[in-house]
Design a protein. Structure first.
Length: 454
């Protein structure tokens, strides 16, 4: 809402809220914000004008200045959005929730009602529900403060647009009081408007909001009592979709030296009082306060070092792919898919659904071919629903590029060959590298493929 006080004869107040950027003006009410400057014509000339805004990045400030035609010699009072008492941490995680949240589960189990208050911001109500259910299931009895397993005794809570009013009340009361039972709240951005919880110690983002202004506002809900707090960003590649450049840079930028500087730069600020191991993960890793590295204070989490083959690591290993390699690989994939389809005697859905080897999968293999050096990469990064397919895709790549050997861990071999699928009956001739797990009936056509061997 935009309360505009026009009753005062001599001073016009304009409060900005959710100003947004020019792209968003397409939405009707945003468009009205975009035309606020026109109201100036209703105010007598030379009337002093006071414009107020909440957290605004430089881009938004520029937009406001332009819209309201503010004079270049205006007086600007800026309060820094920096909160030096909040340590900034980030880690790229995978789909394994236990790995990402084990630290919080452990803290809840051991500290129970004295567990530091934590807000876990999710990007959607669905994520919120998934995390809540995951925690409730993992905690079991430990999710409650007494044997009476009812909502009011729960250590965790969920807060979003659709949460029942009585549950919202329980959570808000818990967050304001010093002893509330709800210690960890999974929420969307619905939690936070106009509230001021004094003692939140951890702000976790499971996926960042779309823009840096929302991010810093949510981070700023931690440590409002001035005592140390930690803001943790856990994200998966998919979480960064539709996020603005600044957020992507913060989460995944390769050049960043300090997380705090990265945020503050967006607000036109250069300096912060936080230094060394108290600032952020990146400064902490470089800190040598006791004359040696690593420094005397341990990094609070090891999630950033604890991920299996991630995109980031895989990116380090990369090959040059020529157009004829892609052509050959595409041909092998097409043949493979065709063989899978042929071996299905009946199917109720499309051949793609029945075999689980879709055209989308083929496309993603082709686009990621430069990174494929092992089965794990295929399993982690491509939409394979069948271990056998992952093994065979890796073998095809080994065939085409001839720059690595396929190592099949016993666990995959077992999983692959026990799969009751069309491609599950194969054996591997890795010297040839081109069997792709198809049955002997197909060997004739398989051998045709050897003419493409580089
Ligand atoms: Zn830093
Ligand atoms: Zn240090």
């Amino acid at each position: 809402m935009v309360p505009i006080n026009l009753q005062l004869q001599h001073i016009g107040f304009i409060f900005f809220r959710g100003f947004g950027n020019s792209k968003e003006k397409v939405i009707a009410f945003r468009e009205c914000f975009g035309r606020l400057g026109e109201l100036r014509s209703l105010i007598p000339c030379c009337t002093p004008l006071l414009a107020l805004t909440a957290t605004a990045a430089q881009k938004t400030k520029d937009e406001i200045t332009k819209t309201l035609s503010l004079r270049p010699d205006r007086l600007e009072i800026i309060v820094s959005p920096d909160r030096p008492n909040i340590y900034l941490y980030k880690a790229k995680v995978n789909a394994d929730l236990l790995k990402s949240f084990n630290w919080l589960l452990t803290m809840l189990k051991s500290k129970v009602v004295s567990c530091p208050k934590t807000l876990v911001y999710c990007k959607s109500i669905k994520d919120c529900g998934n995390l809540f259910t995951f925690f409730r299931d993992h905690l079991g009895k430990c999710a409650y403060t007494s044997d009476e397993q009812v909502a009011k005794n729960m250590l965790i809570g969920m807060y979003h647009h659709n949460t029942l009013e009585k549950h919202k009340k329980r959570i808000i009361n818990s967050l304001y009081s010093s002893e509330g039972t709800c210690r960890v709240t999974f929420c969307t951005n619905a939690l936070g408007m106009g509230i001021n919880f004094p003692n939140i110690r951890y702000i976790v983002h499971y996926g960042p909001p779309r823009n840096i202004e929302d991010f810093i506002q949510e981070v700023g809900r931690g440590g409002r009592d001035g005592k140390p707090a930690v803001a943790i960003l856990l994200f998966r590649g998919i979480h960064l979709r539709k996020c603005d450049k600044a957020i992507k840079q913060y989460a995944d930028g390769k050049e960043i030296k300090c997380l705090r500087t990265c945020i503050l730069a967006e607000f036109g600020e250069a300096k912060s009082n936080a230094v060394g191991h108290d600032c952020c993960l990146l400064c902490h890793e470089k800190c040598n306060c006791n004359g040696s590295n690593p420094c005397s204070k341990q990094v609070p989490f090891d999630l950033h070092n604890d991920q299996p083959q991630s995109n980031e690591q895989a990116l380090l290993k990369k090959r040059k792919v020529m157009p004829h390699d892609i052509e050959l690989l595409e041909e092998l994939l097409n043949d493979y898919q065709q063989k899978l389809v042929n071996s299905c005697s009946t199917y109720f859905l499309s051949p793609e659904c029945t075999t689980g080897f879709s055209n989308t999968l083929k496309k993603s293999v082709l686009s990621k071919a430069k990174y494929i050096f092992d089965i794990e990469y295929v399993l982690d990064n491509l939409h394979v629903f069948n271990v056998q397919h992952a093994i065979d895709i890796t073998c095809m790549c080994a065939d085409v590029f001839d720059d690595f050997e396929v190592h099949i861990d016993e666990k995959y071999y077992k999983m692959g060959t026990t799969d009751q699928t069309a491609a599950g009956s194969g054996n591997y001739d890795l010297d040839y590298g081109g069997n792709y797990g198809c049955s002997e009936d197909n060997m004739e056509s398989e051998s045709d493929e050897s003419e493409y061997e580089p």
